[in-house]
Design a protein around this ligand. Structure first.
Ligand code: AVI
Length: 332
């Protein structure tokens, strides 16, 4: 028998991080996608952000839930046009630390004694620690974690007779997507639901520039550390040599687009090596890497987005200053 030697094909296999960084840093206007923030250090820093006084989003959404959790659960649990009550199953997208969700879970337990809670996230370890904590702290909640990237499709377990699903997409997570992407995500959510199921969407509203800027550039510098951590992550994962001292966090209000932008600005002319990508990138002093957009919505805009995706907006709850809105839409 004869054997023929095949030519060796050396194929460079790129991870999602590597290819996002290559595309973003080779672009004319340098950018990095915001999902890169959330390695374990970044997720911890984000939890810290939610506790700084300037970052009002988490605090105000929690206040809305504290004031209205029972109404919100009661409304979601009404079966469409008829008054008959259904058992709610609660599915949360991008669950994170699930801190505010406790208020809703407690209200659901009060209404129906037990509740099945399905947190959805890409990180199995984050879901596991949320499961352990929630089952310990709120008797009556059964946690069934679902490891999934919901931005690519929502593949949920079918409901049982007499159940209705309430999806939570809170924290203004939708605001980190471009408008066309946000519309696509709402359509994905709708496609994973049955008519009569509900979606609770939390969105940050437009407000004065000073308040917005402070929320994304807090005095303690937690948001700056969160933003700069993306470069630290590239140093750790791609053996890059970003000097964190020579980049500065900057937050900008883009009024035309109604969004806060976060950038990392190079403080000098410099060249950064990313050996794992076989790449060197030059930065001029003042040049920026655009790392995040956080869209701020006009009153009524979230309801319009829900309608466009096939949900009937039913009730919107907001705080007395109208800084944040939580909208309930029912799948039609
Ligand atoms: C997760 N997301 C809703 C946050 C926001 O406000 O856009 C991420 C964040 N970026 C800076 N601070 C918080």
């Amino acid at each position: 028998m004869t054997t023929t030697a095949l030519p060796q094909i050396t194929e460079q296999v790129e991870t999602p991080v590597a290819s996002a960084v290559r595309v973003g840093l080779c672009a004319y206007k340098k950018r990095l996608p915001p999902w890169l923030f959330y390695d374990s250090d970044g997720s911890r820093l984000f939890d810290e952000i939610t506790q700084v006084s300037e970052y009002y989003l988490t605090r105000i959404e929690r206040e809305i839930f504290t004031a209205h959790a029972a109404d919100l659960i009661a409304q979601a649990g009404q079966a469409g046009q008829s008054d008959s009550l259904v058992r709610l199953r609660i599915t949360e997208l991008g669950a994170g630390s699930a801190d505010k969700t406790r208020l809703l879970l407690k209200a659901a337990v009060e209404r129906q004694q037990t509740v099945l809670y399905e947190p959805v996230d890409v990180s199995a370890s984050a879901l596991e620690s949320a499961r352990e904590r929630i089952e310990r702290e709120i008797p009556g909640v059964e946690v069934v974690p679902r490891v999934m990237d919901y931005t690519r499709g929502l593949d949920l377990e079918p409901l049982v007779e007499g159940e209705s699903r309430m999806v939570l997409y809170i924290g203004s997570s939708i605001g980190n997507f471009e408008p066309h992407e946000a519309a696509g995500i709402l359509e994905i959510i709708r496609a994973g639901l049955e008519p009569g199921d509900t979606l609770l969407l939390g969105v940050d509203l437009r407000k004065d520039e000073a308040t917005l800027l402070a929320a994304y550039d807090d005095a303690e510098g937690v948001t700056a550390r969160f933003n700069l951590n993306v470069l630290a992550r590239l140093n750790r994962e791609l053996a890059a040599d970003f000097d964190l001292e020579s980049f500065a966090h900057c937050a900008v209000w883009n009024s035309d687009k109604s969004r806060i932008e976060m950038h990392l600005e190079s403080l000098t002319d410099q060249r950064v090596k990313l050996p794992a990508l076989d790449l060197e990138v030059e930065f001029a002093a003042g040049e920026r890497i655009h790392t995040e957009n956080s869209y701020k919505y006009a009153p009524g805009q979230a309801e319009g987005m829900l309608s466009a995706a096939g949900f009937k907006p039913e009730i919107t709850w907001t705080d007395p200053r109208g800084w944040f809105a939580v909208c309930l839409g029912r799948a039609e």
